[in-house]
Design a protein around this ligand. Structure first.
Ligand code: SAH
Length: 390
């Protein structure tokens, strides 16, 4: 096995089980190739951990074990998958939900690898070339531990011409229908990077339905397939979904159809969010709840959007069309945008607009998206309900 030697004085965080091997902490790494197993050692050559090389962001790779004798083989993954499965028993036994995460990367012991369950159709996501080198062992272990009808995979790293696809089992016809909190959604595991639903938002969606939709006009910005609109529509007076991409209209209509809601009774706009703000303001439209769940980055015509730079204008625009005492649901999934910084942007924008407000809920990832206690970026999701007081 190759050795990755830490620079002098860099060992303490790794001794405290920080899982990401930071490229900058390693003395020399030119000899390390994607998929290599490495012994992480101090500058005195003292063993700390065993990891693999899989470059992701600033990371050179991830720690897999603190046992010098550990062998990284099929049984190694079997053991971790069994542990992950035990932790998900709750999700297998609740009614009204059949899609959730089975294995969440570093939170479950292998950074760079996630496995989701969509009603017994599994989706593996590989986040580096390095982890993909373990494909054989990972697949064998999945087949040993999990029950499934089919397995699909997606490549979440650049530098590959293969985007992913069918792996094993009996391929279904897409879209398949999954259920979450008694609401139905179309899912396609074989179409680009997204699947139709972001499973990490399930508790936030439920909260929106249970506490912030009843009898309200709900606006859902960056609506994609309309997941927030679907769940809100059960109690809302109306929903309005806004997304830039043309395809979102049909996908949203189809999801309404699945839930027995006439899509003609709901509003769908294919529009840039900021253009919609201008349009709705001119029309005098008002909403009691506005959901803002943007991508971290987006390019549109000549404009680029980034959550950290532009969240303040998203909030300011929303305030113009929010009813008195209305609620904003503000989300970001950017791991680079900390909860503290996000809260600061919210506070600053709201106080500049001279409104009083109350923070109702600060939510994060659900339990199936198990996070690593010593690795903050794994808690990437932030969702804050704020009600404006006048
Ligand atoms: N909120 C969604 C997920 C959003 S994914 C959900 O809960 O499922 C991001 C979406 O933002 C994409 O569908 C993309 O088309 C859309 N988008 C990107 N830039 C946009 C813009 N300027 N205005 C409106 N939608 C935009």
């Amino acid at each position: 096995m190759k050795t990755a030697t830490l620079n002098k004085g860099k060992e303490s965080k790794y001794l405290n089980h920080y899982p990401l091997i930071d490229e900058e902490d390693i003395y020399a790494h030119d000899h390390l190739k994607e998929g290599d197993l490495v012994k992480l050692v101090t500058d005195q050559q003292q063993y700390i951990a065993t990891g693999y090389v899989g470059r992701q962001h600033k990371g050179l790779g991830w720690v897999l074990s603190y046992d010098e004798n550990a062998e990284i083989n099929t049984s190694f993954f079997v053991h971790l998958f069994e542990k992950a499965l035990e932790g998900r028993e709750y999700y297998f036994n609740i009614e009204g939900t059949n899609a959730f995460r089975l294995f969440n990367a570093e939170g479950d012991g292998v950074g760079g690898l996630t496995i989701d369950n969509y009603d017994s159709h599994l989706l593996i996501q590989w986040y580096s070339k390095g982890i993909y080198k373990f494909r054989y062992n990972v697949l064998e272990a999945i087949k040993t531990v999990f029950n499934f009808t089919s397995i699909f995979e997606k490549m979440r790293f650049k530098d590959t011409s293969y985007a992913g696809g069918f792996v094993a089992g009996e391929a279904p016809e897409f879209p398949i229908i999954i259920e979450e909190n008694f609401t139905f959604y179309n899912v396609d595991l074989n179409d680009g990077l997204m699947t139709g639903i972001f499973l990490d938002q399930k508790e936030v969606r439920k909260k929106l339905r249970d506490q912030f939709s009843e009898n309200r006009h709900v606006l859902n910005l960056f609506s994609y397939t309309g997941a927030f609109s679907m769940i809100a529509a059960e109690h809302a007076r109306s929903t309005t979904s806004v997304d830039l991409v043309n395809r979102s209209r049909a996908l949203t209509e189809e999801n309404f159809g699945l839930n027995g809601i006439d899509s003609k009774s709901q509003y769908i706009y294919v529009m840039d969010t900021f253009d919609f703000y201008n349009y709705a303001t001119r029309q005098g439209y008002q909403y009691e709840t506005i959901v803002i769940d943007p991508p971290s980055f987006a390019r549109n015509k000549k404009k680029t959007f980034s959550v950290q730079k532009d969240y303040d204008s998203l909030i300011e625009g929303a305030l113009n069309i929010l009813s008195p005492e209305g609620t904003l649901l503000l989300c970001t999934n950017s791991s680079a945008f900390s909860l503290k910084a996000f809260k600061n942007v919210i506070k600053k924008s709201l106080s500049q607009s001279e409104v009083e407000y109350e923070i109702n809920e600060v939510m994060g990832l659900p339990k199936d998206f198990k996070t690593h206690p010593h690795y903050k970026p794994s808690k990437y999701l932030k969702a804050i309900f704020v009600t404006i007081k006048h």
